[in-house]
Design a protein around this ligand. Structure first.
Ligand code: 5AD
Ligand code: SF4
Length: 486
């Protein structure tokens, strides 16, 4: 097992191996020696801060970065006033990029106080050539820049940055490589994300993801199953299967396998208690999957099904490949097969050409499907996507007004929907101490709703039974019915 490799036993004066992941362990060993020298000189361990700025895929990547830093010997730190800071960036919306530039100013201040500090940037935003150009020109104090395709090379890149004074930049356009068996430092001891595929082939016309994450690649089922078995052996009870479009899992494998088939295999893993997945594209959601969800004891009663728009005309311009009616029918089919399921969604307002009538169609779907919650976004023009050059971009005041109206509708409905579970007993995975209320713990129901209840930290990671006493809009107050792990 690679996990057991002793970095001190690797000959760091030999030539680096060509094969992965052994090559990365060689560079971890080199960095490890650097850390030991640092400790001798400074009388303390160097501190590293990993900042995650994106989605669940990003969060999982951040755990991989953290895993490598821990193996090397860096101490984990929350503050950015550290010896090594890495921003794992997102670029889905323009706002995300602006935030990064803002925060870099603060980092520069830290670096002036601590000139040996190293600053790194990685993630989706780095896959945009214009961003890298800007950083090269105006942010010379950055030490390391890499993208999404070569994150497995982090140890090697870190070594290059530690060993030189220049700005190290390594961005790949695409890759078909999937490197397994690198260290991971998980944020929670009881739940974990598991990548099942990378990239996206859908090219929704507003979305930059296919350009920055590359083409769809599925991991081999045996690798996924083995990773989950290892996680369970390590105490994990809940997993979240991650992919931009999990419903098209397995299409490009040598021996194709559907997502529903993969779920059935995962279900068989003993000791695993909960399975979640994210994100589903409505166009690829099969009847087979609905059946597997209905029959399953472990798949959580929650489905995130991005709508984006309720207007068939806008959906066509978005290249979503379903109509308003098809989406509604799909939602109805799911609700009738799995009646207690919570449906959540993503909606964009202000897509180019969206009329008030189109927007009313979106409101109509929201009222008919009745989401348990919805993420609502203002359309953001992303350079290089087809929608960015479409005529008829919508004025800001019109978009803001629609956004407010949508938000109100969505919130009223979610409150109302949450009420349907008040008074019931539900299984809850206890996640953490409540930060506001002393003596209270916070957990998550199978349907992803949050519940607060009196308890103590010994309950963390257990699945207990709670009575939902009261619904307070987006969360419940509850009381435990059973304190034994289910
Ligand atoms: N503008 C606004 N929202 C976007 N999303 C993706 N691209 C854009 C964009 N250009 C939203 C979609 C997607 C979610 C992750 O982000 O709703 O489902
Ligand atoms: Fe973007 Fe569409 Fe792919 Fe989702 S399915 S990542 S919205 S292109």
């Amino acid at each position: 097992m690679y996990n057991e490799i002793d970095l001190d036993k690797i000959d760091i004066h030999a030539e680096p191996p060509i094969e992965e992941p052994v090559r990365q362990y060689y560079f971890m060993a080199k960095c490890h020696q650097w850390v030991k020298d640092f400790e001798q000189k400074n009388g303390r361990s160097p501190k590293a801060c990993v900042v995650n700025m994106g989605c669940q895929m990003n969060a999982r990547d951040s755990e991989k970065l953290q895993g490598i830093l821990c193996r090397i010997g860096y101490a984990e730190m929350e503050s950015e006033d550290a010896d090594f800071v890495i921003y794992n960036t997102c670029t889905v919306r323009e706002n995300a990029n602006l935030k990064v530039y803002g925060r870099l100013g603060v980092l520069h201040g830290y670096k002036k106080k601590n000139p040996d500090m190293k600053i790194a940037l990685c993630g989706c935003m780095m896959q945009e050539p214009s961003v890298v150009e800007k950083l090269k020109k105006s942010y010379r104090f950055i030490d390391l820049i890499f993208g999404t395709h070569n994150i497995f090379k982090f140890a090697e890149l870190l070594w290059t940055a530690l060993d030189s004074e220049r700005m190290v930049i390594d961005i790949w356009k695409d890759t078909d490589q999937i490197v397994e068996d690198l260290p991971v430092e998980r944020k929670y001891p009881f739940k974990s994300g598991v990548n099942i595929m990378f990239g996206c082939n859908n090219f929704c016309s507003y979305c930059i993801v296919p350009y920055v994450r590359g083409r769809e690649r599925s991991r081999a089922p045996e690798d996924i199953l083995q990773e989950i078995r290892n996680l369970v052996a390590d105490g994990i009870v809940e997993i979240m299967l991650l992919g931009q479009n999990v419903n098209s899992y397995g299409k490009n494998l040598a021996v194709p396998m559907s997502f529903a088939e993969l779920l059935k295999e995962i279900e068989k893993i003993e000791g695993l208690k909960r399975i979640r997945f994210m994100t589903s594209h409505p166009k690829d959601l099969s009847d087979e999957l609905i059946q597997v969800m209905a029959d399953s004891q472990k798949i959580c009663r929650h489905l995130h099904l991005p709508l984006q728009s309720g207007s068939t005309t806008v959906l066509k311009a978005m290249n979503r490949k379903y109509t308003k009616e098809q989406y509604i029918r799909l939602a109805e089919k799911i609700r009738s097969a799995v009646p207690d399921i919570a449906l959540t969604t993503d909606i964009i307002v202000g897509f180019p050409g969206e009329t008030e009538a189109d927007f009313q169609e979106t409101l109509d779907v929201v009222r008919r499907v009745r989401y348990d919650s919805a993420f609502t976004f203002i359309y953001s023009r992303r350079t290089g996507t087809p929608a960015a050059s479409m005529e008829d971009q919508i004025p800001e005041d019109v978009v803001k007004d629609r956004f407010e109206r949508l938000l109100k509708e969505v919130q009223d409905i979610s409150k109302n929907m949450a009420e349907r579970f008040t008074g019931t007993d539900q299984e809850v995975l206890v996640e953490e101490s409540n930060r506001q209320m002393k003596g209270y713990m916070t957990g998550r129901l199978s349907n992803n709703h949050v519940v607060h209840f009196p308890g103590d930290t010994s309950m963390i990671g257990k699945i207990l039974r709670a009575h939902l006493d009261e619904c307070r809009g987006f969360y419940y107050m509850g009381s435990l019915q059973q304190t034994q792990n289910i």
